[in-house]
Design a protein around this ligand. Structure first.
Ligand code: MEV
Length: 442
């Protein structure tokens, strides 16, 4: 096969032809299939094509909603984009459970983001540190054009530090910046500033009289924001008297449930194998809303996992307690998202998601998303510590099998009742239906 040279410049149809002819045994069928997912409106399709490169078609994921989310007394219908069954159902169940118990409460702990210019300085570190105040002024003044608009919105550069990293590598330093980016995620804003800082730093040492002999000794390694944003943090929690938790299937009374729940969370704090699955459940909810609102789920994921390991061990992101008869379930979660710019305003469905949520600003959206993560975690743990999750999954699986085997309404009703206490499998359902149908004949 010839290498695909100049591929990116080919038209979409030519790209598609090249791919199907080189990688598929049935090119015509594959072409038809991929084209069947093109949007009927050329204008809309163009929007999608421009999000990325070398696009051949659109990859669909379900767009669903979880109603009944009460966050700080306000009711939301939350959009979720996810391919895994039971996630939206679980989020909805978690939301509904807490709806009658005060809903989710949240607090913004911080909104600070950061970025670094990583550089090597072969000169005298002490002289560089002594000149830093002067440099800092130039870094601020020299990026005024970039920051002016953000300052008008209440954001901008919050702090600039010179970090000595020579313990890690001789001659390695960082310009470490803190930023407030208001309603935008801020990646472009921060990266533009950092690249400008890198230039200013180079000029500063090249022209400063103190560095006459060693002024050319600065070498920029890279300038980039950090997706680790522990300073951009939301706390979300639910709480109620243990007695108000109610009764649980297969579980005993509320006190027993609450104790088991707290222990399950503690296990996820101490045991890495459990912690990863526990947090995966939280991200089921978080990623789904992040995606639905056109935000960067890779950034949110990598930050959340790093935060979960902040003391050196990967732990559960959530915590639970019972104190003086009050059950409390909470989570501090670092999340940098935006409600202006980026895909949020470009993707037609992300735009609708924002409308559905009542056009929240970034802080409000952060609080909604973290609450959905907590609801998701609550629902998963509630199932795990009572009925087990297969119970719910198998209910859905049973319905799919019944549809596949063309069960009547009456047969479906009988099957649901029977499989409440019996193991669901395709064979078992087929045999159950065969038996039922036999009985009907005689
Ligand atoms: C499945 O996607 C998520 C769960 O495994 C989460 C958990 O175990 O807490 C149910």
């Amino acid at each position: 096969m010839k290498p695909a040279s100049g591929f990116s410049k080919l038209s979409k149809r030519k790209k598609l032809r090249w791919v199907v002819e080189n990688f598929f045994r049935n090119p015509e069928e594959v072409t038809r299939e991929l084209m069947s997912f093109w949007h009927s409106s050329e204008e809309k399709q163009k929007i999608f094509d421009e999000f990325s490169e070398n696009t051949l078609s659109n990859y669909y994921l379900p767009f669903g909603i979880a109603p009944n989310f009460i966050v700080n007394g306000k009711t939301y219908c939350v959009p979720m984009v996810i391919e895994e069954s039971s996630v939206v159902a679980a989020a909805s169940a978690g939301a509904k459970f807490w709806m009658t118990r005060g809903g989710f409460k949240t607090k913004i702990i911080g909104t600070t983001k950061s970025g670094q210019v990583h550089f090597m300085w072969k000169g005298d570190g002490e002289r560089l540190k002594a000149a830093f105040l002067e440099l800092k002024k130039q870094l601020v003044a020299g990026t005024q054009k970039i920051t002016a608009n953000m300052q008008k919105r209440g954001g901008g550069i919050l702090a600039i530090r010179l970090l000595d990293k020579t313990d890690m590598e001789p001659g390695y330093y960082q310009l470490d910046g803190d930023f407030e980016t208001c309603d935008s995620m801020g990646a472009n804003f921060i990266n533009s500033i950092l690249e400008e800082w890198a230039k200013i730093l180079g000029q500063f040492v090249a022209t400063h009289p103190d560095f006459s002999e060693q002024g050319r000794d600065v070498s920029i390694i890279m300038s980039i924001l950090s997706n680790y944003t522990p300073g951009c943090l939301v706390r979300s929690w639910v709480e109620c008297p243990v007695t108000e938790l109610g009764k649980f299937e297969n579980s005993h009374d509320a006190q027993e449930f609450a104790e088991k729940f707290v222990l399950a969370v503690r296990i996820a704090r101490e045991d890495v194998k459990r912690a990863v699955t526990h947090n995966k459940g939280i991200f089921n909810g978080i990623d789904a809303v992040v995606l639905a609102t056109g935000n960067d789920f890779r950034a949110v994921e990598s930050c959340g996992h790093a935060y979960a390991a902040r003391d050196g061990q990967y732990r559960s992101l959530s915590q639970a307690s019972i104190k003086n008869g009050i059950f409390r379930f909470e989570m501090d979660f670092p999340i940098a998202i935006g409600t202006v710019g980026g895909l949020t305003t470009l993707h037609p469905l992300a735009k609708r998601s924002m409308e559905l949520l009542g056009q929240p600003n970034a802080q409000e959206l952060m609080q909604i998303i973290v609450s959905v993560g907590l609801a998701q975690n609550f629902a998963a743990l509630r199932s795990l510590t009572t009925t087990g999750i297969q119970h719910g999954h198998m209910k859905m699986h049973l319905m799919n099998i019944l549809i596949h085997l063309k069960a009547t309404d009456e047969e479906t009703k009988a099957a649901v009742e029977y499989f409440n206490d019996n193991l669901v499998s395709f064979t078992a359902v087929r045999e159950f239906l065969a038996e039922t149908r036999k009985k009907q004949v005689y």
